[in-house]
Design a protein around this ligand. Structure first.
Ligand code: GCU
Ligand code: CA
Length: 502
């Protein structure tokens, strides 16, 4: 509890800030106390039952999750400022085997398959410690088991925010003391707030001051064709956080051939969420960002129309200012059609600059392509990217949801109609040409099979939720999981984007 003198001091500091109109968060706090979040206390949730039959827990119980993949425990934690948090999970696992869980922070995987090893008994409690970047304000931390045994029994989270801000946490959101310039004339509406800038195609530095002097907010940010930039962030009344991103503008803004609509020339920025609050937005040309070009098909592309969502639309959530995703992927394209359509590879190639990354994912539409043609098409792209000074990266195609028992069938794994194992061709071509390979086929196969024939439906489009059933194309959730796997591969291959990941 603060003394009266301290409280008066804080109030006058806030008043001074309000007078200048610049209640901007300046940096992650240097140190903070540990806050405990008990799993049995709302708004925490437990996909199972709160029980108290095994002693040694804290509070009034623990979460005994259902023994199934995806049966999660979720916590809502508050951070006074954005930064790196140390998260200690207290748990008991009386089984002998590890019960791994994905740790999702605000819906994005902060860690895949974190270990919750056996503790020797259900009354023997242990702590697993993780670190993750949190937003200022409210954050969700979800422990989602990846195997059919479900979670260990979960007792609480101890969260310490801002102890050692990581470089990526400070890279974006970027927080400085520049005062919010006020909402520009280019913005209209209140929920959502939509803004439009008449700029030419290119890369732009977009600075957004999110929050409001007078009222609390909960604001997400997206640009252009449903491209996700910032998950919903909470701001208290009087708190305004400055974020900086690099944004790619193309025309058409979605798929390069205009499938699904061509959108509006220029840059559209949308602030949505339960209570969007915006106190400034500026757009300036970006100087020399690291560009990550995406050359792929409908599972990657910027889909204009919901519910279809490509993983390339969610990838920008993971990319900090100074780097930018330019998504040239297009529905229905094969390795050959992408190379030959003037709106696709020929349009993208001359834009590639030294050290830019080009992620190449084909296979879904190479249903009758021979091995030699497939390798030839990919080799042509690789050589032309290298001729521009760029770094090509092969991404094997994500699986389809087609089960044979508990395992995916050959078509799901992209063994095509003429018997070519397309992912295997990409892996062998990568090793012979020295091109890094992100094996998204293997990663997505492991994910889909671990979720199983029923539970994996949520990764794809479902009639009951999306109005259409499609076991090739992803839901927004599934596209997000694919983007997480691509990010995991980017880290494993130590690509130059790693220093810009957020
Ligand atoms: C036992 C134990 C539970 C535990 C469960 C499990 O039933 O009593 O607390 O959650 O095993 O294996 O998940
Ligand atoms: Ca259980």
């Amino acid at each position: 509890m603060l003394s009266r003198r301290q409280r008066v001091g804080l109030l006058s500091a806030c008043a001074a800030v309000a007078v200048t109109g610049a209640a901007v968060l300046t940096a992650a706090v240097a140190s903070a106390a540990v806050t405990r979040y008990e799993v049995e206390s709302s708004p925490a949730t437990c996909d199972g039952v709160i029980e108290s039959n095994h002693t040694g827990y804290s509070g009034s119980g623990f979460c005994n999750g259902d023994n199934t993949a995806g049966a999660a425990a979720q916590f809502t934690v508050t951070a006074s400022a954005a930064g790196t948090a140390t998260i200690a999970v207290r748990y008991a696992n009386g089984a002998t085997a590890n019960r791994p869980a994905d740790v999702l922070v605000n819906g994005a995987a902060a860690q895949s398959g974190a270990a919750f090893n056996g503790t020797g008994g259900w009354t023997t409690w242990a702590t697993a410690t993780l670190t993750a970047s949190l937003n200022a304000g409210s954050n969700t931390i979800r422990l989602s088991p990846t195997t059919a045994t479900g979670l260990a029994n979960i007792d609480y989270l101890d969260v310490e925010v801002g102890v050692s801000p990581s470089p990526s946490a400070t890279a974006s959101p970027t927080m400085t003391a520049s005062p919010p310039p006020g909402r520009p004339a280019q913005c209209t509406g209140s929920s959502p707030i939509t803004c439009h800038f008449a700029v030419s195609p290119g890369n732009y530095t977009v600075t957004a001051w999110i929050g409001d002097r007078a009222s609390a907010g909960n604001t997400s940010m997206s640009v252009e064709a449903r491209r996700r930039i910032l998950p919903a962030v909470t701001t208290a009344a009087g708190t305004i956080t400055q974020y900086v991103f690099t944004i790619n503008v193309r025309q058409p803004e979605g798929q390069p051939t205009g499938q699904g609509g061509t959108g509006t020339p220029g840059l559209s920025v949308t602030f949505a969420g339960p209570a969007p609050r915006l106190s400034g937005l500026t757009v300036q040309p970006a100087s020399n960002p690291l560009v990550v070009y995406l050359a792929g098909d409908s599972t990657v592309c910027d889909q204009m129309l919901a519910p279809w969502t490509g993983w390339g639309q969610i990838l920008p959530l993971h990319v900090a200012a100074g780097a930018v995703v330019a998504n040239y992927s297009d529905s229905g394209e094969s390795s050959g059609s992408f190379l030959n359509n003037s709106a696709l590879f020929p349009a993208m190639r001359p834009l590639i600059r030294s050290n830019d990354l080009v992620l190449i994912q084909f296979g879904h539409n190479d249903k009758s392509t021979t091995a030699s043609t497939f390798r030839g098409n990919l080799t042509t792209m690789i050589n032309q990217v290298r001729a521009r000074g760029g770094t090509p990266v092969l991404v094997t195609p994500p699986v389809r949801r087609r089960f044979d028992g508990n395992q995916l069938d050959a078509t799901a794994r992209h063994i095509n109609g003429v018997g070519v194992n397309l992912p295997a061709e990409m892996r062998s071509l990568g090793s012979s040409l020295g091109v890094p390979v992100i094996d998204l086929t293997a990663k997505s196969e492991a994910l889909v099979e671990s979720m199983g024939p029923t539970n994996s439906a949520q990764l794809f489009l479902r009639q009951s939720v999306d109005g259409v059933t499609d076991n090739t194309h992803f839901s927004e959730y599934g596209a997000g999981r694919m983007a997480d796997l691509v990010v995991e591969g980017i880290r494993e291959r130590n690509l130059s984007l790693v220093s810009y990941l957020r």
